[in-house]
Design a protein around this ligand. Structure first.
Ligand code: DQA
Length: 146
């Protein structure tokens, strides 16, 4: 099985942007840590990572990796609240998609409480920082077994 961690807009700047909200970790330091953790517990599961600030590139990435044996953990960044296009794309995927946010989006500005994607995902984890990614991966693996 392959778990694809997909990051959307501005998340390439994690570790440099709004440190008080998103923390000082970067994708480059956290993704290898997640890979090491996954390898230790589920050596047969592969982790791939993709980030783009461009909506269409996220859609293309998900379409080209859709299908059995694939699952997506997506932090869409601000596309969460704006992207009908990514929402439509997820609605048409066979692979499960779980939404994750580093910050507690429900405790922030009111516009962050609405996710256009949530209706088509199998769940949302919000506000747990990088722990949320581990929980999200565990959830996707458990759902796959059911
Ligand atoms: C975010 C929350 C979004 O509202 C925001 O636009 C982001 C990051 C998070 O991980 O907390 O860019 O997805």
């Amino acid at each position: 099985m392959v778990i694809h961690i997909v990051h959307g807009s501005n998340l390439d700047r994690l570790g440099n942007r709004q440190l008080d909200i998103y923390g000082s970790h970067t994708l480059d330091d956290q993704v290898p840590i997640l890979k090491g953790w996954l390898d230790k517990h589920w050596p047969n599961v592969e982790l791939k990572s993709f980030q783009s600030n461009i909506e269409g590139e996220i859609i293309n990435y998900m379409h080209s990796n859709n299908g059995s044996g694939n699952a997506f953990l997506i932090n869409p960044g601000a596309f969460t609240h704006t992207s009908v296009a990514i929402s439509d794309s997820i609605a048409g995927l066979e692979s499960p998609v779980l939404e994750v946010h580093l910050s507690h989006t429900y405790a922030r500005e009111s516009y962050r409480r609405n996710s256009l994607l949530a209706a088509h995902t199998c769940g949302t984890i919000s506000g747990l920082g990088w722990i949320g990614y581990r929980l999200g991966i565990e959830a996707l693996l458990s759902l796959q077994k059911d």
